[in-house]
Design a protein around this ligand. Structure first.
Ligand code: 3HC
Length: 395
């Protein structure tokens, strides 16, 4: 099946970028949002991005203009999905809204069309259950900004067919992305799941006054190579999005208790870059890289979320959600990190990770106790680089 025409539902931070990728790959794109203003705001962002790419010599001016011409504006959903081969939903992260939208898309899109969701964490299987074609419903999860980040997670719902996964993987490649297949529909999939549980713990530490936002970010940037820091990234991606994911995790993940820090920001309307204020301020509502002094990096151990993330990743591996290579690839490409969590665990030492997790779980609760897979590796003496065998083998 050749994908010639796609519909992207939602022209916001993710939707406009996804529409742009499809147009740059030569497809006709119907971009839909609930008002003319929202669609136009998305088109304006696409124009800016295409110009930036042309300016930087990444694409030619003619290709940029041709891509823009392939994008068509819609407010009516039935009209937007008429005659398309593939639909990508990028509307707000509310499961009830997504299910209603999937049902409406199912009634109006051609029978052969695949329906994908760009959700950050919500269950694909439940969206699929609102349609008459669950085998053609799949997760296609991009990372912000979609134009620049290389990862796409292709998520299988419990009824998604192999053919749907295959076509979606091929489409992600046509968009110039590196797809990773997520075999089980777990909350948060791979990259978000591995980071959100550790991030939430750090939010609690800040909430309880153990560290400041700046101390965490200075350490994350200067000692762990995170490009935007932890709180800077929240501001960049939208605190409201992280908040809705955290609330969903709380609902579905026994033991996960969302820290009120994000909720407080959302209630104040401080959503990050887009509102001019989040954990930092942005007078021009534009991302500005954080300039935090190295001295601030001394207090916080930026590997705390990594130990927790390794634990989450180990459980994903133990439960067959993805291979260790794909889990590491998802983390590196999803967040532009220098190393994947299994690579990091091998270099830190699996015994050290287990010891740290025991300390964390003693202080913050059994939710953080080491995965049986990590305990087993320690028992077998597979401690990582120092024993030449851990998650990977070393010469
Ligand atoms: N389109 C085109 N160009 C863009 C752009 C876009 N959408 N966004 C930024 N640019 C441009 C910038 O304006 C800049 O141009 P300039 O040099 O003329 O000012 C250029 O691209 C970026 O240049 P650099 O490579 O020098 O900038 P950085 O090194 O800072 O890279 C970055 C930018 C790739 C975004 C980097 O900061 C990064 O990797 N950040 C981490 C992002 C991340 O972790 N994303 C995941 C978020 S979580 C998520 O998406 C999950 C979801 O479920 C919510």
């Amino acid at each position: 099946m050749e994908i010639k025409k796609v519909a992207v539902l939602g022209a916001g931070a993710m939707g406009h970028g996804i529409a742009q990728l499809a147009a740059m790959a030569g497809m006709e794109v119907n971009l839909r949002d609930i008002s003319d203003e929202f669609v136009q705001a998305g088109i304006d962002k696409i124009k800016w991005s295409l110009n930036k790419m042309a300016e930087k010599g990444k694409i030619s001016q003619e290709d940029a203009e041709a891509a823009l011409k392939r994008i068509h504006k819609f407010v009516s959903l039935p009209d937007a999905v008429k005659g398309v081969d593939f639909v990508i939903e990028a509307i707000p992260e509310k499961l009830s809204l997504k299910k209603e939208t999937f049902a409406e898309v199912d009634r109006n899109a051609p029978k052969h069309a695949i329906l994908a969701s760009n959700t950050s964490a919500l269950p694909i299987s439940e969206m699929a259950s609102a349609t008459t074609r669950p085998e053609k419903v799949v997760g296609m999860h991009f990372f912000n900004p979609p134009q620049l980040m290389r990862l796409v997670e292709v998520v299988r719902g419990n009824k998604t067919s192999d053919e749907t996964v295959r076509v979606t993987v091929e489409l992600a490649k046509k968009f110039g992305k590196e797809p990773v297949v997520v075999n089980k529909d777990v909350p948060g999939f791979i990259a978000n799941r591995c980071t959100i549980i550790g991030s939430n713990l750090v939010h609690w530490m800040v909430y309880n006054g153990e560290y400041t936002v700046e101390e965490v970010d200075a350490a994350a940037i200067h000692k762990a190579g995170m490009p935007m820091g932890m709180f800077g990234l929240l501001d960049y991606s939208g605190i409201d999005i992280a908040y809705s994911v955290a609330k969903f995790m709380e609902e579905r993940e026994p033991g996960f208790k969302a820290c009120p820090l994000l909720e407080e920001k959302v209630k104040k309307g401080e959503l990050g870059v887009k509102t001019g204020k989040g954990f930092y301020t942005y007078p021009e509502k534009k991302w500005v890289p954080l300039d935090l002094p190295f001295e601030k990096a001394e207090k916080f151990d930026p590997f705390i979320p990594v130990y927790v993330g390794v634990n989450v990743a180990a459980e994903l591996l133990r439960n067959g959600v993805a291979s260790k290579e794909d889990i590491d690839k998802a983390l590196k490409l999803g967040f532009n990190l220098p190393m994947g969590y299994f690579e990091l665990a091998d270099s830190i030492g699996i015994d050290v990770v287990v010891q740290k997790l025991k300390e964390i779980s003693a202080k913050y609760g059994p939710f953080y106790k080491p995965s049986p897979l990590l305990e087993e590796m320690v028992k077998k003496g597979e401690l990582g680089q120092k024993t030449k065998k851990g998650f990977y083998t070393y010469e």
